[in-house]
Design a protein around this ligand. Sequence first.
Ligand SMILES: *Cc1c(COP(=O)(O)O)cnc(C)c1O
Length: 352
Amino acid sequence: MTVNCAEQFASDNYAGICPEALDYTLKANHGSAPAYGNDDWTRRAAEGFRELFETDCEVFFAFNGTAANSLVLASLCQSYHSVICHELAHVETDECGAPEFFSNGSKLLLGKGEQGKLTPAAIDAIITKRNDIHYPKPKALSLTQATEVGTLYSLAELDAIGAIAHQHDLKVHLDGARFANAVAALGVAPADLTWRRGIDVLCFCGTKNGMAVGEAILFFDKALAEDFDYRCKQAGQLASKMRFIAAPWLGLLETGAWLKNAAHANACAAYLAAQLQQIPGVELLFPCQANGVFVQLPPAVGDRLRAQGWQFYTFIGVGGARFLCSWSTTRARIDELVADVRAAIAAVPRPA
Ligand SMILES: *Cc1c(COP(=O)(O)O)cnc(C)c1O
């Protein structure tokens, strides 16, 4: 059997398992260990997160980001509450209604904002739009860092947003599918991007950082974590062999690979963006601030690239193509992609 395993840029979850995560998985694969998270790997990984984030947070693990986000939002809200998020937020566009399902109906209230980011004004407008009994009461704010379009909230932006949220007693959830990329790009401590900015809960994605599977959920406001373990179990998210999620996490934390992987992916994306921008007819749709590059390509160019075997998403508007870099992205493969884009642009007639 032949398998086409050429590196692709469709998503950072197309990449395999990074060596550090694999190494610790193998290390954990000796003998037996207590199940359901009562093992030493899980204890050590949770302790590792507390050290990294410089605070005594509650740590849980789930299989994927959809579950982590949904279960967190469900624990922040009653069914009659609402969650404010950006209209491009993964919780709105890519979780099949799971946040509403697991919360028994908490409604997502969508805000607009440039570059995939909510603004204090947009949030304030949603909060203050209604305060009567006929409208679901805003109770949580969900942000994504880095955003779905590869941009970053600055510390100042997070402070301004956090102030509005807490002034109105909203709990703040951070979808950290690419949290490591944000930390690497901004060059700050994880604590500076989370609880020091008023973030109450973080879903920190391991999969996109180099693991096979696994999401860490960090409650900085420990009171909000009450019974969260029951919620995970009921939702089918309690891994019986938890050590195989916890050990690779420990590998990423102890070796520093979580940050190295993210910095590598970011550097690759910066290089890809710089190369693509030199091609006449290619325009960046969003500033490249983390590991994603979004470009406007004529549809015929996209078709030609696909016919050549390139895989990528085009869900951001007409002609918007997304390329993501990961821990395993290579310069050589970026150069191949850039060469094929250049050739495709030259071969396809430009619209007059
Ligand atoms: C990938 C991703 C997730 C998690 O997706 P799963 O497929 O459920 O692991 C969550 N948020 C964002 C912004 C993502 O890109």
